[in-house]
Write a protein that binds this ligand. Sequence first.
Ligand SMILES: [Zn+2]
Length: 518
Amino acid sequence: MPTIPNEQLKNIIKDVAIYLRKSRGVEEDLQKHRTALEELCKVKGWRYTEYSEIGTSDSIDLRPKMLQLLKDVENEMYDAVVIIDIDRLSRGDGEEQARIKNILRRSGTLIVTPNKIYDLEDDSDDMYSDFEGFIARAEYKQIKKRLKRGKKQGARRGDWTNGTPPFPYVYQEWYDEKTRELFKNEKGLVINKDNYDTYRFLLEKVIVGRLTPNELAWELNRKAILSPRGGRWHGATIQRILVDETHLGKIISNKSAGDGHAIKRSKDSKDLVYFHKDEWIVVENCHEAVKTQEEHDKVILFFGRETKTPRRKGTNIYPLSGLMKCSRCGHTLVINYRADRTSKEYVKPCWYQDAIGTKCGNSGSDSSIVHEQIMIQLDMYREALEKALNDDGGENDSVLRDIKMILTEIAKLEKKIIRIDELVEDEYYTLPEAKKRKADLKTLLDEAETKLNLYQLKLNDNAKMTNTERISIIDKFKEAITQENLTPKEINKLYKSIISHIVWDRKKDDYLVEVNFL
Ligand SMILES: [Zn+2]
């Protein structure tokens, strides 16, 4: 089989859609296929957007992602659809298959599999016989298509359409020797070298140094490095930059719509709505990445713990600040000092009220019981670590158990989704009923997958730190905490060096204090 040289392929194909479908059968197929197709796109330098779904049904109406893909293909968003094999689109010779193929043919969209390229516009079965001709025709068609496409939704094809490029990126610029004009390409992002050094400095300070966004801002301001707007840095800006997924080389759009300002910019503005993750448009491989996925995960883990509670200006830091989580609603509890003459530290009752004003109801307490429990549970934890050292391994058991449970749940949900297709075939469900039911299950599935993701991050993180290292950190902590004259802020920082969060519950005299160590 002839292969198309990479250089020529680059001209023919630039933007592709990856379509993945998981049906009954081998569990790990979807992931394996995804990896293979993503790899293909990366090697060829294509920008890609993924459409993936679960289901056995050949009915397009029961495959929302296929519907979306066909709409986008009709709008000439892509040069090719990448699939693991051509049967993925639709099995059999039915009407549905013809509908899919017609749309691909009319829009001049190629089908790419890891070992073959299909051009549905080409009548000859043996398209490779006239290979040169194929290249030339395909190239011409795609260029024509791309010109038209430029006027349609830019985001769909991975252009930068969100305004000022995020630090450390800037717009691509070039200088025209003849006219002596400077041009700016407002669609392409490139890395600014100076900004890049600052960005990497920040990233490493978070990952290795575990500095908070505010501490980072102080460092940069001390070094007299200017913010992207030419002024002083603020913690919030830095955090926003560091968690941004644009820096992984992708462009995400369609996260929200409408106007979020308290005073609407125009009276016709719609309220701000956030879209479900399923509806985001993610185009990968758009520009050079400045962090790895692994680094990104670490930053998310760190900030997820460190800064979930927006710290108001001038708010004091107490020993337990930012560490206490309500066991009933998951919100971070507020710590304060009593206004009376004891001025003791205490955990405030949970402040959370739901949308209709029902209070969470978890009570507060003096904090002494928490401090006591931290030391007791730390000793137990250290003992368990020592024991695990001798038993070798075993430290990931609980996370692995969680992962196993969530995987079982995911498998169950996926089976249910697939079962719906069968129930439609048996005319037990009508199409609208099936769609509604599928959407509900998808929400549950999404939640389960988010959880799985977190567990996996935790597992990776565990693997990075050995029990020996943990024990040595605990011993250092124990020594440091006995120092005299520690400020509340210093105690807080020490706690945060070993504790992820503390789950709190109190109902009259029943207390629950569950210390989760890092
Ligand atoms: Zn609560």
